[in-house]
Ligand binder design. Structure first.
Ligand SMILES: C[S@@+](CC[C@H](N)C(=O)[O-])C[C@H]1O[C@@H](n2cnc3c(N)ncnc32)[C@H](O)[C@@H]1O
Length: 262
């Protein structure tokens, strides 16, 4: 899809500016049930108290991957599309000073906000990276857990994202992601072409079965998809879901976008 990245960057740049002014960020999607119905009430009070208010205001996820990812002390975590940094900051506390939490985002305003939130939170085992989830700027086999919160649906090249996730995970590494999925076989064309709904994390959603197939094709095993909340948008059925998978412990190949190389 041409222009998806520009639209996404513009909408999330604006969302970051809203949060910096102390306003609740939204994804710029006006359709009923889109955005607010997806992003509200994801973190409990204990988690909310662990992060600066601006990180919570900028929260635009559709789940709570850190609560479900079972992070352990000393692990390296990477958050794809880290936004205002809420899940990176929560992860950093879970993995502790011997671990590291990376956040990757392509939108400058979100990175500025995330770095400010890190400063306010006073956590040092965090590094925010500028870049695209289709080209992760980290070496092969360097990450224990990939998390992400409502971002992979925004990519126009999901095979590439999953191949990159597979590449940077260590053998045995976990993929533990919240995302929007479509409950039917294919998102209706009228929704898919709507750029506001694309930026609102809906139009680019994969059907559940397609998500599983793509993860398996990228080399993952133990693929599991658990719907956590339902959304009806423009008459179509979507769900927030928690998606788990694992890179095989003995994975010897690095899969590129369409081929597998040695
Ligand atoms: C829906 S927000 C979610 C932010 C964060 N995960 C959260 O839970 O609040 C999507 C974020 O992903 C970033 N993003 C979208 N597509 C991206 C891509 N292809 N590469 C890197 N970042 C991307 C946007 O800039 C934005 O900050």
């Amino acid at each position: 899809m041409d222009g998806v990245k520009d639209v996404v960057q513009q909408k999330y740049g604006e969302a970051a500016r809203q949060a910096m002014k102390g306003l609740k960020a939204d994804c710029g999607c006006d359709t009923d049930g889109c955005c607010s119905g997806i992003t509200s009430g994801l973190y409990d009070d204990a988690q909310a108290s662990e992060v600066p208010g601006a990180a919570l205001l900028a929260s635009l996820g559709c789940g709570n991957p850190t609560a479900l990812a079972e992070l352990k002390a000393g692990e390296v975590v990477l958050d794809l599309g880290s936004g205002g940094g809420i899940d990176v900051l929560l992860s950093a506390r879970r993995v502790g000073p011997t671990g590291m939490a990376y956040g990757l985002d392509m939108t400058d305003e979100m990175l500025a906000l995330a770095r400010e939130n890190q400063r306010e939170a006073g956590v040092t085992n965090v590094h925010f990276l500028q870049g695209e989830i289709e080209h992760i700027p980290l070496p092969d086999n360097s990450v224990d857990v990939i998390i992400s919160n409502c971002v992979i649906n925004l990519s126009a090249d999901k095979d590439r994202v999953l191949a990159e996730a597979f590449r940077v995970l260590k053998p045995g590494g976990r993929f533990a992601v919240s995302d929007i999925v479509y409950r039917g076989s294919e998102v209706p064309e009228a929704i898919r072409r709507d750029m506001d709904l694309w930026a609102g994390c809906v139009a680019g959603a994969l059907a559940e079965g397609t998500y599983r197939e793509k993860l398996t094709r990228a080399g993952f095993e133990a693929v599991d998809l658990e719907p956590t909340r339902s959304h009806t948008i423009d008459g179509a059925e979507f769900a927030s879901a928690f998606i788990r998978a694992r890179k095989p412990a003995a994975a010897a190949k690095t899969c590129c976008a369409s081929t597998c190389c040695a």
